[in-house]
Design a protein around this ligand. Structure first.
Ligand code: GTP
Ligand code: MG
Length: 554
C-alpha cells in the first residue's frame, strides 16, 4: 500500500523549562532515525543517501489521476513505500520511494528515452509519465485521498499562529516548526546529490558527493540552497583502509598546483553538468573564488546548488553545527529566530556582499550559548579534548577536523541552564548590542572574546581554518546596522504593552520594519537612540566613523 504523505505539521507543545517541549502530536514528516538525538552525522548521511538511491521523481500531467498509475507501473519492480507530490513552476511531480535500492535500479533499467525528440540519452532518477490512454486511471484515483501540495501549505497561517501563541518562546517554536525545511525538501536535495554522484562516478568509482550547509546541519529552511562538496577518492577525511592487494591503479600524475588542479576539475564537472546532466541549468563556473565552485539550478527540484571540491571543511563545519543542534534543543529555534530577525531587518542578503551572512550569525549564536552561565553548548576545545582516537579523527587538506562526534556527552550538562527561548533571544540581542566588536573577536574554539587578529570591523574566527575570519566581508556600515537593529529589536520586544494584541512579540519585528521603511520619520519607536546613517557616512575617514560610533553606540 502506498502512503501519501501530507507533511502538515501541527505540533502542540508545552514548554517552560530547558527540557525539550513535549510533542503531543508528532509529525509524520521525519523518519524516526533522523530524530534520534544520539544519531551521528555519518549515519544520517548514509540513511538519507540510501533513501535517495531508492527513489525516483516522475513528472505527470494530473497527479490525482496519475498517482495510481505511477504506483502500478513502479510496483512491478518492487514495493513502493512512499509517494509525495509537489509542484514546481508549471510541473506536477511525484517523488516515489521503494523499499530497496535494487527496485529503483530495476525500474530505471526498464525506462527509455523519448524517441520523438532529439535528446542527450543520459539516465537519471527524473522521469516523465507518457500519457497512456488505454489505462484509464479515473477509477484508480478513487483509491487515493487528495494529494496535497506541501509548498502551498507552508506558512499560509504563520502570522495567525504566531499571533495566537502565548509567549515569545512559543512563537519561536512555531516559527521553527513552520519554516523548517519540509520532508520533501530534504528528499529532493538528497536525490540531487545522488544524481550528481552517479553522473561523476563513471570517472571516479569511489567518488562521494557530500552535502553541507544549513540543509544538513538542522538549520535549513524551505527554499534553502544545496551546498555540495566532492570527494574524488570517497575517503571523506578518514584514514584510507589498509590496502590488501599488491596491485594498484596506474594513474595520471596530478598537477603540482592543487588550486589549479581543483579549478580544472571544477571546469570539467561544470561541462558534465551543463551538457549531460538532466535538470541542471544556468551552470556558472566561479573559478577565482577562494573555494572554486560551480553553481547551477535544478529545474526538477527548484533548488539552487553549489558544488565545490578539494576541501571538506564545510562538511565538517556542518557536522559541528549538527552536533550543537543535537546537544540542546534550544539551539535550532534560537538560530531560526536570529536568522529571521537578520532577514526582517535586511541585515543578511541573498547575494554575497558586505552584509553579515547567516553562517556568521549562526557562529555568533554558538558563541553566545557557550558563554551562558551555566554553558548551554560546549566549546570546540572541549570537544577536541574528548575526541576518541580513530572514531572521531578527520583530516582534510591538512586541516585537522577532529572533535568528539557524540552529542550525548554534553546533553545533560546543557539542562543545568533553564533559560527560556525568549530570555535567550533577548539576551542574544543584548550581547550583539553591547559586544566590543572594535577590539574583540568571536571564537567558538574557546568561547572567549580574544583580541582581534586583523583590522576588519568584524572578526569571527573560522573554527576549523583558524587563520580565517568568516566575518571579513562585513563593512563598518553593515556592522553598525547589525548593532543598531539589535537595539531596535530589544526596544520593540521590551515595550510590548504599547503593541496591539495581533502585533506582539516576534510579529512586531517585521511589521516595525515595514512601517519604518514606508515612512522612516514616523517610526513608532522614536525613543530608541538612533544613529542616523546619513550623518555617519557623510564623515570621511574610518577614524572619524570609529569616533562617531564610539560616541553614539558604545
Ligand atoms: P543558508 O544557505 O543561508 O541557509 O545558510 P548556510 O549555512 O548553508 O550558508 P551558505 O550556503 O552561505 O554556506 C554553506 C556553508 O559554507 C556554511 O554552512 C559554512 O560551512 C560554509 N561557509 C559559508 N560562508 C563561509 C565563510 O565565509 N567562510 C568559510 N570558511 N566557510 C563558509
Ligand atoms: Mg546553504
Amino acid at each position: 500500500k502506498v502512503k501519501l504523505k501530507f507533511d502538515v505539521f501541527r505540533h502542540v507543545r508545552t514548554f517552560s523549562t530547558a527540557d525539550k517541549p513535549t510533542v503531543v502530536e508528532e509529525s509524520t514528516k521525519t523518519h524516526p532515525s533522523t530524530n534520534d538525538k544520539r544519531q551521528c552525522f555519518d549515519d544520517m548521511v548514509e540513511f538519507r543517501k540510501k533513501q535517495a538511491r531508492s527513489s525516483v521523481v516522475v513528472q505527470v500531467g494530473n497527479p490525482l489521476k496519475s498517482a495510481a498509475l505511477v504506483n502500478q507501473v513502479c510496483s512491478r519492480h518492487g514495493n513502493v513505500s512512499n509517494l509525495f507530490h509537489y509542484t514546481h513552476k508549471d510541473k506536477e511531480l511525484l517523488l516515489l520511494e521503494f523499499d530497496s535500492e535494487l527496485s529503483a535500479v530495476n525500474l530505471l533499467a526498464s525506462c527509455s528515452h523519448n524517441n520523438n525528440v532529439k535528446v542527450i540519452p543520459a539516465a537519471s532518477p527524473f522521469l516523465w509519465l507518457k500519457a497512456m490512454p488505454s489505462e484509464s486511471s479515473a477509477s484508480m484515483s478513487a483509491r487515493f485521498p487528495l494529494i496535497m501540495n506541501e509548498d502551498n501549505l507552508a506558512n499560509d497561517n504563520l502570522e495567525e499562529l504566531l499571533s495566537n501563541a502565548k509567549s515569545i518562546s512559543e512563537q519561536m517554536i512555531i516559527l521553527e516548526d513552520q519554516t523548517r525545511l519540509s520532508e520533501i525538501g530534504h528528499r529532493l536535495r538528497w536525490i540531487t546529490c545522488v544524481q550528481i554522484e552517479r553522473m561523476l562516478s563513471g570517472l571516479f568509482p569511489s567518488l562521494q558527493v557530500l552535502p553541507f550547509g544549513s540543509f544538513v546541519n538542522g538549520c535549513g529552511r524551505n527554499g534553502c540552497d544545496l551546498d555540495m562538496a566532492v570527494s574524488l577518492d570517497g575517503h571523506c577525511g578518514t584514514e584510507p583502509l589498509e590496502v590488501k592487494s599488491p596491485l594498484i591503479f596506474q594513474a595520471k600524475a596530478a598537477i603540482n598546483n592543487p588550486r589549479l588542479q581543483t579549478q580544472r576539475h571544477i571546469e570539467v564537472f561544470a561541462d558534465i553538468l551543463q551538457n549531460f546532466t538532466t535538470g541542471c541549468t544556468q551552470v556558472q563556473r566561479i573559478l577565482q573564488a577562494r573555494v572554486p565552485i560551480v553553481k547551477f539550478y535544478h529545474e526538477f527540484t527548484g533548488v539552487d546548488c553549489d558544488l565545490s571540491m578539494g576541501s571538506l571543511t564545510g562538511v565538517f563545519m556542518s557536522e559541528l553545527l549538527y552536533l550543537y543542534d543535537k546537544i540542546d534543543w534550544r539551539f535550532r529555534p534560537l538560530v531560526t529566530a536570529v536568522r529571521h530577525w537578520g532577514a526582517w531587518a535586511r541585515l543578511t542578503d541573498m547575494v554575497p556582499g558586505p552584509r553579515i551572512t547567516n553562517f556568521t550569525l549562526t557562529l555568533m549564536v554558538v558563541f553566545f550559548l557557550q558563554r551562558r552561565s551555566p554553558a548551554i553548548l560546549p566549546t570546540l576545545s572541549e570537544m577536541i579534548k574528548l575526541a576518541r582516537p580513530q572514531v572521531d579523527t578527520r583530516q582534510t587538506n591538512d586541516v585537522d577536523c577532529t572533535f568528539l562526534r557524540d552529542p550525548a556527552m554534553f546533553q545533560e550538562r546543557g539542562k543545568l541552564n533553564q533559560e527560556s527561548l525568549e530570555d535567550l533571544f533577548v539576551e542574544f540581542l543584548r550581547f550583539i548590542e553591547s559586544f566590543d566588536f572594535n577590539e574583540r573577536s568571536v571564537s567558538i574554539i574557546t568561547g572567549t572574546a580574544l583580541r582581534k587578529f586583523d583590522s576588519k570591523p568584524l572578526y569571527v574566527q573560522n573554527p576549523l581554518e583558524r587563520e580565517l575570519n568568516v566575518g571579513r566581508n562585513v563593512n563598518l556600515k553593515e556592522l553598525t546596522r547589525v548593532v543598531m537593529e539589535a537595539r531596535n529589536a530589544l526596544y520593540i520586544l521590551e515595550t510590548q504593552e504599547d503593541q496591539c494584541p495581533a502585533n506582539w512579540g516576534l510579529l512586531a519585528l517585521p511589521r516595525a520594519e515595514r512601517v519604518r521603511r514606508s515612512n522612516p520619520k514616523s517610526s513608532h519607536h522614536n525613543h530608541v537612540p538612533q544613529i542616523d546613517m546619513k550623518d555617519l557616512f557623510s564623515t570621511n575617514t574610518d577614524d572619524e566613523i570609529d569616533d562617531f560610533i564610539e560616541a553614539k553606540v558604545s
